[in-house]
Design a protein around this ligand. Sequence first.
Ligand code: ASP
Length: 342
Amino acid sequence: MKNIFLVTSAFLLLFTLSVSGQAPEKPHVVILTTGGTIASRSDAPSLEGHALVQAVPQILDYATVNVEEITRTGSSRITPEIWLRLGKRINEIFSQDGTINGIVVTHGTDTMEETAYYLNLVVKDDRPVVMVGSMRSADVISADGPSNLLQAVRVATKEHSKNRGVMIVLNDEINSARDAWKTDNQRVQTFRSIDHGILGYADPDTIIFYRNPSHLHTVNSIFQLDTIEALPEVPIVIDYAGFDGSTIIQWANRHPAGIVVQTFAGGRMSSGALEGIQRATEEGIPIVIASRVPGGRIPGSPSVAGTILARDLPAHKARVLLMVALAETSHKENLTSIFNQY
Ligand code: ASP
């Protein structure tokens, strides 16, 4: 049994009791921590999960929280093994406890969109899962972590946050896990859903949603985590002007489960990439073509027979989808259909 600690402040509870005579029922949120800038301080070790949450006592105005540390690492060190563990734990928490209103996951922003999209595909519950991080560490002036964490918890408590897939909350903005890209190296408004737009806002007076995610997710997803022990190897190869295609061929010789090639706008590619992709498809390796351009999608049908188009998914998210999808099928038509729906 995992060790879960209740972080209810006795002082606040007593205060509430003495004012109302009775403790009001607050929503129940589980916070799973993984590290990242939100937990980091420039001259000290990263904050342990409970300390991170205790630093924002305002959370207790909105929810009763349990905190569990999954890992404590910068998100550049997050691995598919951690995705699996995190996804299984979220499904376990939801299936064991119907009283939990939502789950918040604290995470570094560098690979947050990959973890978020992965969870969006494999979480089997319509209750909110909210990813949160920060761009500024805990000890600098105008650190954004405390406010982001508070807003994430508020989003997770809401009934109307249900069935919107996994969300990313930073800078008071709610983005869909599928659509959000980290777009700025430093600014707090880094997550943008380029063509799709935000899902909504965490405003001071309310949590407001403007739209629903446009693609299948969570409860409507076909992907089953229970049977997956490890995710398959899927590298990303980047095309560029003058590319000779050799890295695609080197990868193909290793026979990975699939390869994602990040090409130019519209899925156009160098002659080296074309040659490498043709060789890899002859080997029967599923190849997904993604565009390096954030706006729009790759239209039409693949220019190289036997490949799959990532449409508007960037290469790093196409890789996540391919890794998860390959556990279900390696059939090209099925993979194409999956890439059109998720
Ligand atoms: N280095 C950090 C990370 O873990 C950056 C951040 O969290 O914003 O991704």
